[in-house]
Design a protein around this ligand. Structure first.
Ligand code: 13P
Length: 300
């Protein structure tokens, strides 16, 4: 069923839970996430990366995910993730996204605020003033579509430890002193924070700054969002909701699971009369298992 992302998140927080959000590059993964959410009886969020939205069929994928969300037995929201291009934002919303992360986190502070306000103005002008806007304050290291190791203080590196710089946002913890002003001036309904979390694989153990998160949480009433959840142990993620983190974003680990499954299953399915349907079933099962695990962790 259609759900406003902010309502979904606030209602989860009221029950001491957070809502997982999963990047979907394709429909098979989205079907798996919705099936896991329906089995768990909880809501979930389908994320579309801006690079996906900008592909020739990206908007059709968003429309398809919207239809999937509408037909789900539990509340599902569709969000355009990490977008800084106003055209992509406008097109994605017109195609069916009901929420956007207007991401100016790599820009100077005032420009970040200006981007979020412009996104709101562009959407209002096209009759979509009700779209839920998440904004991001502080820079996350890493690339949201790549798994290269990153740490919160350094540049992206490839597997061999060499800096790649691909899509890297400069890392920097959220400055809690800016939170009240940022939220008031952007009008954002959710706030993504940088507290030692990174996109992609962590170099070593994740060192989340729960003290910074706590400090942010007392300065705003809007729900916080934790990106880069892949690699953060479940024992840590269960603490999120207590600090007003109502949305937790996963991508890399979901890809890892699906790719491992495809690697191990492709040869036997090829031998089995080129059984693509069976292979898609394995893909679906791998994604569903992952989504079920995340749902269970965040609703504990
Ligand atoms: P991970 O790939 O690190 O799980 O991050 C996903 C994310 O934050 C998407 O916005």
């Amino acid at each position: 069923m259609r759900a406003r992302l902010d309502h979904l998140v606030v209602s989860a927080l009221q029950q001491g839970a957070a809502v997982p959000a999963f990047t979907c590059y394709d429909f098979t993964t989205a079907l798996a996430v919705v099936a896991a959410a329906e089995e768990a009886g909880c809501g979930a969020i389908l994320l579309v990366a801006p690079k996906t939205a900008a592909t020739p069929n990206g908007l059709r994928l968003i429309t398809a995910l919207r239809g999937l969300a509408d037909s789900a037995a539990v509340p599902i929201a569709v969000q355009l993730d990490h977008a800084s291009d106003l055209r992509v934002i406008a097109d994605a919303v017109a195609a069916g996204a009901d929420s956007v992360l207007a991401d100016g986190s790599s820009l100077p502070y005032e420009d970040n605020i200006a981007l979020v306000r412009e996104a709101r103005a562009v959407l209002a002008a096209q009759g979509h003033a009700d779209v839920v806007i998440e904004a991001e304050l502080g820079g996350l290291a890493g690339d949201e579509d790549r798994a290269f190791g990153a740490d919160a203080a350094g540049p992206l590196t490839d597997g061999a430890g060499a800096a790649t710089g691909t899509g890297a946002a400069s890392a920097g913890l959220t400055d809690s002193g800016q939170v009240e002003d940022f939220v008031a001036r952007t009008g954002a309904q959710l706030l993504a924070v940088a507290v030692g979390n990174v996109h992609g694989k962590y170099k070593g153990e994740p060192q989340l700054r729960w003290d910074v998160l706590q400090d942010i949480a007392v300065r705003t009433h809007i729900p916080l969002v934790l990106h880069g959840a892949s690699g953060i142990p479940a024992e840590e993620l269960v603490k999120a909701a207590a600090m007003n983190v109502g949305k937790v974003n996963f991508n890399t680990e979901l890809r890892t699971g699906v790719l491992a499954t495809l690697e191990s299953e492709t040869a036997s399915h090829r031998a089995d009369g080129e059984n693509l349907q069976g292979l898609l079933g394995k893909w679906n099962a791998a994604a569903k298992d992952f989504a079920a695990g995340a749902l269970s962790t965040l609703t504990k």
